[in-house]
Design a protein around this ligand. Sequence first.
Ligand SMILES: Nc1nc2c(ncn2[C@@H]2O[C@H](COP(=O)(O)OP(=O)(O)OP(=O)(O)O)[C@@H](O)[C@H]2O)c(=O)[nH]1
Ligand SMILES: [Mg+2]
Length: 373
Amino acid sequence: MKVIGIGGAGGKIAAKMDSENAILVNVSQTELDKVIGGGERIVAPIQSITGQFKGSRKEPQIGLEAYRTIRRRMLENIRGSIVFSSTGGGTGNGITKGILEDIVELDEHAEGGHGLPIQDKTMFCLLLPDDSETREYVENSIDFLSDTLAGVIDKGCTGNIMLFSNKLKFADKIGEDAYNQMIVDSLNVFMAIPQKNETMKLLELHIDQEDFAAYIAKPYFNHFCYFDYDRTKDLGVQIKANANSLLLPPEEAIEVMFLLEVPPGQDHTMFYDIMQYYNKLKSPPVYSVVENPALQRPFLTLSMLYSRKPIELVEEYNQKNVDNKDAIVQRSINQYVNLQKVAVDMDDEAKRAGAEKGINSEVLNSLRRIGKL
Ligand SMILES: Nc1nc2c(ncn2[C@@H]2O[C@H](COP(=O)(O)OP(=O)(O)OP(=O)(O)O)[C@@H](O)[C@H]2O)c(=O)[nH]1
Ligand SMILES: [Mg+2]
């Protein structure tokens, strides 16, 4: 998959994710020159000359205007890629907003009227600030989640959205470069699922590249985690204990994918327990079990897709604002945002679209699962 990094944080993380070919985008040539690794650099010129050195000065509007100047080049690269960006600054926030608006357009005008095909869906890895960071970063992120992103996920035209956060970075006082490496290493555990299916001995089913592509093309938030699986313990307890602390915690899962790796010679039937745990899902988990000779204990990589109102996502930021007695303006997200649960919307949308075309929802669901929709 093509990797694109936008703005300061996005560029640095993308360059680690794909040190040879990541496309790095910024309004500042100076900032781009400082990033180690990555491939092609795209500079989005902004009006003021000083801006060339100062970036978007935490103003998303500047980033958005800069996007207009590189729009065509971005659209050539955006389909089927992974985009990394922070939501706090002006460049990443504004340019990503421009991209998302164009994706909505592309999706509406896609050939055949069914939206963008799976292989053209874009995955977004967004980096949220810690709530102790400067107020502009937090405000920009609230705007991004509750305005820009909310509209797009309602329409369901992106792939998975991973909500990384700097919370752990600040809590554990982790250096920037080390933290970026943790993000990349963690994401690579999830992204390795199809590769492990290709190279390891299959014990149950198979998640191939197509299955994986169909899963990451779904317009939901993705929380993934991984841990040594203990069949004697409740899965829910284990997930809680091993939640990915680089990501925002998940809500109730809509869909699940897991890969269970077991050491040679060990009974692998504990995967039934995992299946059973998720028996309330509308569609059963996408899964496979492989044998990994390097392991002593079973290892589970688990991804949950979930969807929730942006208002809930930003609650922790709001709480911080409420606690801050010096805050002059108390912005309430409730005042600005009133969105339905996206999970319900998506489903109703699909059913309505299906009914119009004379397809019943059973068929529609199967099509969606096998990746034809
Ligand atoms: N984890 C991590 N966070 C970073 C890094 N660089 C910046 N951030 C965070 O990203 C947010 C700021 O966004 P940047 O990516 O620096 O901003 P930008 O998109 O370049 O926009 P402008 O600087 O305003 O032009 C804040 O939450 C920072 O803490 C990084 O290398 N790693
Ligand atoms: Mg910057």
